[in-house]
Design a binder for this molecule. Structure first.
Ligand code: GLN
Length: 481
């Protein structure tokens, strides 16, 4: 068995045919992790006992001839912002060092019930704040396709683990691009489901009105399989939707001919790398050949997306992160003389520079004298950005854009310049603010061999159409698996 070419689909068929076992798949991945992780730093902890127990359970089901669930024996990795009982959950922060959640988040429970084998927890930017994985308190992750480059962030470990075959698929989270951007940088598929599609119960919150959980996979079909398992209403998350969950895999068979593909002019302006522009244009040509109708559209408020995002995300973060006070979770500063001294010393020692910067920005934006000027204004502009997308989706079924303005950059290249780092989120944050679904699919590489991703954005709760277009894009690429 070659784990380099293993997908959810091929693992399921191999298991059903008795050609391999869940235990063998888990062991092969642990060997790969032992070989690759020292240079990539994707995994922060391994949950070997739990994984092998689950693998044995699946193997017993297979031996008994029981029907196998959709992710039976599939080895997965989990971003370290999700609660998994008995496994550390650091969120990439020192302040949560030693914290073990006493429960499973909903997605974890659903994946395991579907037969998945959870290998361990994956590195990320601290509290998912970042675009390069350089903000992790546990060291940066390296891009498996070019070790001197960043894997993207904040779900850098999740993207790198799939790219380096240290998992068949992984979970990440995306607040302003953290699934789509690292997927593009590492050359894998990454999907952002519609806000409300997947329960956030058990996710360590960054910005609650924006945070979403989604899969990284090697193929579009695998992303469809993962979403089907993860999606659906959950009484434990008040924002989770009751919208019916279609059979995404079955829907992939519906041809894309006749679909209208919108190309928003604002996503092709100054600052876009010429090789990325050419790759997206080539993708549009391929979709045209597949029978799609390509149309120019306009999203006129796009230039306000970054400032709007960084006001709302930091405001919500400043409130969410107030709970890390040295009393309830993880780290506690010694030698504090009063309660407020304990808070101050714990938070000073436990949070990194980027997290502190965002708490300061967010606290300022929410303060009594400035609330209307910043937070309220940002919420109003968020409505305008959402209306841009709703208007565009009157004319087209999906939008196709770049994911990032540049290919993966070198470690250290932007880490001293937070504004340059924020500006690189230009193509991802508007969809986050609007709550629509999106995904990144690998298209061709740069001349230097660096991956390029194409972004496909879909209507609220219409992941099925987005996945069909993604599947057509993937089908038109030279085969890598
Ligand atoms: N890069 C963006 C930020 O730093 C997005 C992060 C995310 O999606 N979690 O906030």
């Amino acid at each position: 068995m070659n784990i380099e070419t293993l997908t959810i689909d091929s693992a399921s068929s191999a298991l059903a045919a008795g050609a391999t076992s869940a235990t063998a798949l888990a062991e092969a991945h642990y060997e790969k992790i032992a070989a690759e992780n020292p240079k990539i730093n994707a995994y922060l902890s391994l949950s070997r006992d739990r994984a092998l127990r689950q693998a044995a359970r699946i193997d017993a089901m297979a031996a008994a001839g029981d029907p196998l669930p959709p992710l039976a024996g599939v080895p997965l990795g989990i971003k370290d912002v999700l609660a998994m009982q008995g496994a550390p959950a650091t969120a990439g922060s020192k302040i949560l060092e030693g914290y073990m959640p006493p429960y499973d988040g909903t997605v974890i429970a659903r994946l395991e019930a579907a037969g998945a084998v959870l290998l361990g927890k994956l590195n990320c930017d601290e509290f998912a704040m970042g675009s390069s994985n350089e903000n992790s308190a546990y060291g940066p992750v390296r891009n498996p396709r070019a070790l001197d480059r960043v894997p993207g962030g904040s779900s850098g470990g999740s993207a790198a683990a799939v790219a380096a075959n240290m998992a068949v698929a992984t979970l990440g989270t995306d607040t302003g691009g953290s699934i789509r951007q690292p997927a593009a940088f590492c050359g894998v598929v990454g999907m952002l489901p519609t806000y409300g599609r997947v329960s956030r119960y058990g996710l360590i919150a960054f910005a609650s009105s924006l945070d979403r959980i989604g899969p990284f996979t090697k193929t579009v079909r695998d992303a469809a399989t993962m979403l089907k398992v993860m999606a659906g209403h959950d009484p434990l998350d008040a924002t989770s939707s009751r919208a019916p969950v279609p059979d995404y895999v079955a829907e992939l068979a519906t041809p894309v001919a006749g679909l209208r593909v919108g190309v928003p002019e604002e996503y092709f302006g100054e600052g876009l790398d010429p090789e990325i522009r050419a790759a997206i244009e080539e993708t549009l040509d391929q979709l045209r050949k597949a029978g799609c109708v390509i149309k120019k559209v306009s999203l006129p408020h796009t230039r306000y997306a970054i400032p709007t995002y960084y006001v709302i995300a930091t405001a919500e973060a400043s409130s969410n992160l107030a709970r890390f006070d040295g009393v309830r979770y993880g780290l506690r500063a010694n030698e504090a003389s009063t309660l407020s001294d304990l808070y101050r010393k714990t938070r000073d020692a436990g949070f990194g520079a980027e997290v502190k910067r965002r708490i300061l920005l967010g606290t300022y934006a929410l303060s009594a004298g400035y609330y209307d000027a910043y937070y309220k204004k940002a919420q109003q502009v968020r409505t305008l950005l959402t209306r841009d997308f709703l208007a565009a989706f009157n004319d087209v079924d999906v939008l196709v854009t770049p994911v990032t303005p540049t290919p993966p950059f070198k470690l250290g290249e932007k880490s001293d310049d937070p504004v340059a780092m924020y500006l690189a989120d230009i193509y991802s944050v508007a969809a986050s603010l609007a709550g629509i679904c999106g995904m990144s699919v690998p298209c061709r590489n740069t001349a230097a061999g660096l991956p390029i991703g194409v972004q496909i954005l879909g209507r609220h709760f219409d992941e099925a159409t987005m996945l069909r277009v993604a599947n057509a894009v993937e089908a038109s690429q030279p085969k890598t698996l």
